[in-house]
Design a protein around this ligand. Structure first.
Ligand code: SF4
Length: 404
């Protein structure tokens, strides 16, 4: 195997960037305020971008900035492209992710220290296209989600540049970047980051007046959406195929989701490189602790069927995020935590962290910072003290079994 594969995580905010890096991402992709999709993802200000890059580089992680919007006239009026690119270069952003060949060639000409990666929005599915863009100076191509593993193996052999493959997260029922459902239904532009996920809504499905009950979910509705992608069982194949980067989708996802999913793939990738026996059930169960939709291997195992489509929209994670560790006093063995969801004395919690294995903990007692004993923690962001006989660290998280 050549260079270690990159684990690339989404970050919709500076906090999420730090969590992604701390929980094991080799690189993160983020959106600035300009030329980026995910308009609602708390996109980074210019100062945030610099802070994010500095933090990531201190931890030896790379940062790619997305500039993959289908840019309109107003995007160029709102922001001077050259100035923006030069700013990104000056703060040492490692690369930009683009779909427009105009923005790509502009960056190649004006900011030679910024790597240019071609977004999945370009729908690249063959090696001739990869190499066409490689010859123009593109350093990496993010493949379309619609290619399968056997095709990826061929592409990696023929490609002149590194290839990036989606391994986890939401899928579109159309080719990425080519869906207008949300525009038509609620006037929210999917290709400018405003997708309302209209494909996941519940529909009544009739054919020539006859209700198609075989195609409905447990709630009695049909939806068009595909299940989320989860490539846990295929990571070894993707590493052996010579893929350069494994990408997790989800700049809108929560801090808890990012921590759980990134940590899971980090552990799996490390275990593969260490030639350990892999218990895939462990990793799949880990993912389920944060994943709120059903998953499948998408197109990676070949063309999709009804089983890769989402029928039950009301799936939920097996665990919920209840707290965040702010600090630990080794002498008193007191952990200071910040509440993120309701829990109480008698609950069985699970601590986990970048360097902390899943550790069960029965809440026997807890106090406020003033030492007042409390039996429930109902207040968001309430600071509480818990005595633990194991070491925890700032940034570790706490979850508990989801109440059904
Ligand atoms: S509506 Fe569904 S298929 Fe269309 S862009 Fe949004 S997530 Fe993708």
């Amino acid at each position: 195997m050549k260079n270690r594969i990159e684990l690339l995580a989404p970050a919709g905010s500076i906090e999420k960037l730090k969590i992604a890096v701390m929980y094991g991402a080799d690189a993160v992709y983020i959106g600035g305020k300009f030329f980026s999709l995910r308009a609602r993802a708390n996109n980074f200000t210019l100062d945030d971008l610099k802070e994010g890059v500095d933090f990531a580089h201190q931890h030896k992680a790379r940062v790619y900035v997305t500039m993959n919007v289908a840019a309109r006239e107003e995007d160029f009026n709102e922001c001077d492209l050259e100035e923006y690119l030069k700013y990104l270069q000056s703060i040492h952003v490692d690369g930009i992710i683009v779909s427009s060949m105009y923005i790509a060639s502009f960056a190649l000409n004006h900011t030679p220290n910024l790597e240019v990666h071609l977004s999945t929005q370009a729908s690249i599915t063959n090696s001739d296209s990869v190499n066409y863009y490689a010859d123009l100076g593109i350093k990496r191509v993010v493949l379309a989600r619609e290619v399968n593993l056997e095709q990826i193996k061929v592409l990696t052999k023929k490609a002149k540049v590194g290839l990036e493959v989606f391994i986890h997260g939401g899928m579109c029922s159309s080719f990425s970047g080519r869906c207008m459902l949300s525009n038509y239904y609620v006037n929210r532009d999917a290709n400018r980051g405003g997708c309302a996920h209209s494909c996941r809504w519940n529909y009544d499905l009739y054919k020539k007046g006859i209700f198609k009950e075989k195609l409905v979910n447990k709630e009695g509705y049909f939806n068009i959406a595909s299940k989320d992608l989860c490539a846990v069982t295929l990571i070894k194949d993707l590493i052996e195929a010579g893929v350069e980067s494994l990408k997790i989708e989800g700049r809108m996802k929560s801090e808890y989701y990012i921590a759980t999913v990134v940590r899971c793939y980090r552990k799996l990738i490390d275990a593969i490189y260490n030639n350990e026996d892999i218990d895939y059930n462990y990793y799949l169960e880990e993912i389920k602790k944060a994943e709120n939709r059903e998953t499948s291997t998408g197109f990676l195992k070949g063309d999709v069927t009804l089983t890769e489509q989402l029928y039950d929209s009301n799936d939920h994670p097996t665990k919920e995020f209840v707290g965040y560790v702010l600090g630990y006093d080794e002498d008193s063995k007191i952990a200071t935590i910040e509440q993120r969801n309701n829990f109480k004395v008698g609950d069985m919690l699970e601590f986990f962290g970048p360097h902390l294995e899943n550790t069960l903990y029965l809440v026997k007692e807890m106090t406020t910072q003033d030492g007042e004993a409390v039996s429930v923690a109902p207040h968001p962001r309430q600071v509480l003290l818990l005595k633990t006989d194991f070491l925890v660290t700032k940034g570790d998280m706490i979850r508990k079994k989801m109440d059904n």
